[in-house]
Write a protein of this length. Structure first.
Length: 233
């Protein structure tokens, strides 16, 4: 957000993110008001952490993740494959794409160069992203930590301006996946220590336990218990 003569000038990326956030919150509040925040739709993907503990514990983050998946699924195949055609891509694209594939379990050596990374960008990758469960415990914590470091310093506005629409969606998906993993780890630790009492709704606030300002940096994340050492299974 830029300041000029006392007025706020919002970029397209700012407005898009704000619109998406309002949509997610409105949907969540509707569920809360109806008393069905713990219910999962028949066609909705169920995450492992929801089976283990409760759907409500990650509802906000999951909605962000699902919204991004919906946008990815509606994207034309040509738009996605166009990104792979870059011989010299904009600076934002290689680290975002590499981080996305690392989150899904690709070894760093498989995305060490842009030439290697772009060969992985196929139309089937969207299906793989939709089937991926960031709360399952796989891949190991080191993959998520590496992906987080690779996106450190990148912002929504920068990726939108210096990248592409597919790269921007990859960025959002990777961010949401990392946050869901952190939330799942935190919830499992609380549960194993007997500190999670669902009957009294003593669930950690996922919006507080994984605080990331996307307009600042996807990598500057504060987790409950505070650090990436806590990302353990």
């Amino acid at each position: 957000v830029n300041w000029s003569q006392g007025k706020r000038n919002f970029t397209d990326a700012d407005l898009s993110m704000a619109t998406s956030a309002v949509s997610v919150l409105a949907s969540l509040l509707t569920e809360v008001d109806a008393g069905n925040v713990d219910e999962i739709g028949a066609d909705e993907r169920r995450l492992k952490i929801e089976n283990e503990i409760s759907p409500s514990c990650v509802r906000f983050l999951k909605k962000v993740w699902l919204n991004t998946m919906a946008a990815l699924s509606s994207m034309k195949k040509e738009e996605l494959l166009e990104m792979a055609k870059y011989n010299k891509p904009p600076d934002a694209i290689p680290p975002v794409c590499a981080a996305t594939f690392i989150v899904m379990g690709k070894k760093p050596s498989a995305v060490s160069t842009w030439d290697k990374t772009r060969k992985l960008i196929k139309h089937t990758v969207i299906k793989k992203m939709a089937e991926f469960d960031p709360t399952s415990g796989k891949p190991s914590k080191s993959f998520f930590i590496r992906a987080k470091k690779m996106t450190k310093g990148l912002t929504v506005d920068y990726v939108a301006k210096k990248g592409s629409k597919p790269a921007s969606l990859f960025f959002h998906w990777t961010y949401a996946s990392i946050q869901l993993r952190y939330a799942a780890v935190s919830l499992r630790k609380l549960n194993s220590n007997g500190l999670l009492d669902l009957s009294e709704e003593q669930l950690p606030d996922e919006k507080e336990s994984t605080v990331t300002d996307l307009n600042s940096s996807a990598g500057d994340t504060v987790t409950s218990e505070g650090a990436e050492e806590e990302l353990e299974e």
